[in-house]
Design a protein around this ligand. Structure first.
Ligand code: FAD
Length: 393
């Protein structure tokens, strides 16, 4: 039995998500991958069953059911379709700016529309010249009366063109490094805002990844989140909470691949017996299952920590470890799952080659896994563990 710390009420919602994923989304997954079309029918399904509400407090039209369940929902959907799991994860990523740093007025204006799924949202930090080094961004925002004027561009933005609300980071002071970055919410119809192109890519093919261009783009001054100069801090606080959404996506892909490989290995026969009974294949299956369960332990620990109010640097380290481990597991496990199927793993008639392609992005976005390792090590270096060495010469 996989680790399951959910309450009865949470389990009921998890089971509903699982059923929708298996019955309604799984049959669409190959087609979404093939056509590269954003799956609006899946958005409609999430809207009809109020699944976007899992990411919001009751006060703003959500279910208020907490972080753990919101991650479990992404995991369940990603077991069958990583593009669809990402739609849920980005509703969290794109709305966290308003949740964490928005005024009451901004929250009331935007969160109910995002909780119902009427609007989708996006998070726009990366630029063509600045990904890991986000402080090197070049986009600018200058105050002009009761508006801000944005100029520049953002690259690789998930939900580009399908989101109605973008959390955008730009420099209000180009000479001040991190401290010169501010955060804004930009509505899709803001004058001077345009989605310039959508990138073809290796996996998560139904998700849009696009370039946003701001040319003298005017937004009301009240669209600033918090104060000028607080954008970098907000961007990092968002990532601390959103990265485990990518981890949940990675774990879902890994568990989906494990389940598929297991069933295949029970029926495919070579040398007179099912391949699952060949010890080298059985060992691969055992490693895959163990890695998934270890990843689940970290992911659910993160969800429980948020629900218990853990914050700050403790959350930063746990978030980075969760993202790192679950997504490395996604890549390792899907690669092995393809191997279990042999030639059938490599062809498109079977879902594992898609899962392996989908897994790769989880090691890259919302901070590459190299960056996660830097974050974890940075936090470790601040810790005092010398007492453990007492008596060791
Ligand atoms: C499909 C997709 C969707 C995305 N969605 C979004 C989105 O919604 N919003 C958004 O803002 N961004 C998004 N991104 C951008 C993503 O977060 C960045 O691509 C990622 O953070 C890496 O930045 P980069 O591509 O500029 O790589 P670089 O920063 O140029 O890194 C290149 C390589 O160098 C390594 N590296 C860099 N610096 C260091 C260092 N100091 N130490 C060790 N290694 C280092 C990296 O790990 C990587 O392996 C998306 C990207 C993709 C491909």
């Amino acid at each position: 039995m996989p680790y399951d710390p959910l309450t009865d009420e949470q389990r009921e919602i998890r089971d509903l998500v699982r059923q929708l994923a298996r019955e309604r989304i799984a049959p669409r997954a190959a087609e979404i991958d093939e056509t590269h079309e954003f799956p609006w029918d899946v958005v409609e399904l999430f809207r009809d069953h109020e699944l976007f509400g899992l990411y919001f407090e009751e006060e703003f039209g959500g279910t208020g059911t907490g972080a753990l369940l919101s991650l479990v929902a992404i995991e369940e959907v990603s077991k069958v379709c990583a593009t669809s799991g990402l739609i849920l994860a980005v509703q969290e990523l794109g709305s966290l700016g308003v949740k964490l740093a928005g005024s009451q007025e901004q929250k009331e204006r935007y969160l109910p529309r995002l909780a119902s799924g009427e609007w989708l949202c996006a998070y726009a930090l990366t630029e063509s010249g600045s990904g890991s080094d986000s402080a090197a961004m070049r986009s600018t925002a200058r105050r002009d009366g009761d508006t801000y004027v944005l100029n520049g561009s953002k690259r690789f933005i998930t939900n580009a063109g399908v989101a109605q609300l973008y959390t955008v980071f730009a420099k209000t002071d180009s000479d001040a490094g991190h401290a010169g970055i501010s955060a804004f919410v930009v509505e899709a119809d803001a004058p001077g805002f345009e989605v310039a192109r959508v990138e073809p890519k290796m996996g998560i093919k139904g998700s849009t990844t696009g370039e946003l261009v701001f040319e003298e783009c005017r937004v009301p001054a009240e669209n600033l989140l918090a104060e000028e100069g607080e954008g970098f801090k907000i961007a990092m606080q968002i990532l601390d909470r959103s990265r485990p959404g990518v981890a949940a996506q990675g774990l879902g892909i890994a568990q989906g691949a494990t389940d598929y490989a297991l069933e295949y290995a029970k029926t495919r026969e070579t040398m007179g017996k099912p391949i699952a009974q060949h010890q080298l294949v059985a060992a691969m299956l055992a490693d895959m299952e163990t890695k998934c369960e270890a990843a689940r332990g970290l992911l659910y620990k993160f969800g429980q920590a948020v629900d218990e109010g853990v914050d700050g640097l403790e959350l930063t380290k746990l978030s980075a470890m969760t993202k790192l481990y679950c997504t490395d597991v996604a890549m390792e496990v899907t690669t092995d799952a393809v191997q279990v199927l042999g030639g059938y793993g490599y062809i498109q008639e079977y879902p594992l080659e898609r899962m392996m392609r989908d897994a790769k992005i989880t090691q890259i976005y919302e901070g590459t896994n190299q960056i996660q390792r830097l974050v974890i090590a940075r936090e470790m270096l601040k810790e005092q563990r010398a007492f453990l060495l007492a008596g060791v010469s």
